[in-house]
Design a protein around this ligand. Structure first.
Ligand SMILES: [Zn+2]
Ligand SMILES: [Zn+2]
Length: 277
């Protein structure tokens, strides 16, 4: 995978945080002096390079300013436990002996995956973060998605996956973009959960046309047999990570392929969910 450069806005404090957290083996006047120097440098860099909130443009050293961070994450939205589609109260459907709520589509024709966690709907202003991550390599957005997905997971009663995998890009698309935005979320999410992340288990064997121009059935056909599995997933619970879930056809096809290869359970972790087709 290509290593690419990014501006200091993408990594608000990374360089200075490293200096600040220098792990020196023992405390001597020299190491104390080094710490004070690093701390002074951090303050200097912070003051010299003010950064902007990715959403509102206010000055902020973090990806989002405190106001946006408090306002936009974890919107209180009731979602289908299987596909994370937002539900209005009259849409509520419960299976017997299941306290989770589901949308009608998942009850009538369950997808191959078992559960989906989504942070918010794919709409303004958080869609900006997905665009920044996908097209402008703003990896801090991936870390922020991962941080909030981990918090959402901790609040859920879902079991911890055995391994976390990103939805893969085709080779051609990976070469063109230089990185997989889903991996930018998957890796920090796996680290936070204390499980392994593996980008090599699933490959995208077919370069599928852009999904957005197709209707729901065409999307299903479009992604059928688009994936191949190279690792041993038998009996495993996989956590599948993507930035945006639109119709769910890609994740359904991926979960179907994983289940055919013997996977026990598939839980999707998506940053943003498109409310309706
Ligand atoms: Zn802001
Ligand atoms: Zn559903």
């Amino acid at each position: 995978m290509r290593v690419f450069s990014a501006s200091s806005r993408d990594f608000p404090d990374s360089a200075v945080m490293k200096a600040d957290r220098l792990r020196l083996p023992f405390r001597t006047p020299v190491t104390t002096c080094a710490r004070e120097f690093a701390s002074a440098m951090k303050r200097l860099v912070d003051a010299a390079m003010p950064s902007q909130c990715a959403l509102c443009g206010n000055l902020s050293q973090a990806l989002l300013c405190k106001g946006c961070d408090a306002q936009y994450w974890n919107e209180p939205r009731l979602r289908c436990a299987t596909c994370a589609l937002p539900l209005a109260a009259p849409d509520l459907r419960r299976e017997r002996e299941d306290t989770r709520v589901h949308c009608a589509a998942c009850l009538e024709s369950p997808p191959a995956f078992n559960d989906t966690l989504a942070l918010a709907d794919y709409r303004a202003p958080l869609d900006t973060l997905a665009v920044e991550l996908k097209f402008r390599a703003r990896l801090a957005a991936g870390a922020a998605f991962a941080h909030h997905l981990h918090a959402l997971f901790e609040d859920s009663d879902l079991s911890v996956p055995d391994v976390i995998v990103p939805v893969p890009l085709s080779r051609a698309r990976l070469v063109a973009r230089g990185y997989n935005q889903a991996w930018a979320i998957a890796r920090p999410l796996a680290r936070a959960m204390g499980v392994r992340a593996d980008a090599s288990i699933i490959a995208r064997v077919r370069h599928t046309p852009a999904q957005s121009r197709l209707d729901r059935d065409a999307r299903r056909r479009n992604v059928a047999s688009a994936f191949s599995i190279s690792g041993d997933v038998r009996g495993k619970h996989l956590g599948v990570v993507d930035d945006v879930m639109t119709s769910g056809a890609t994740l359904d096809a991926l979960a179907r392929t994983l289940k055919l290869a013997g996977a026990r359970r598939v839980t999707n972790f998506v940053a943003l969910r498109t409310p309706k087709d």
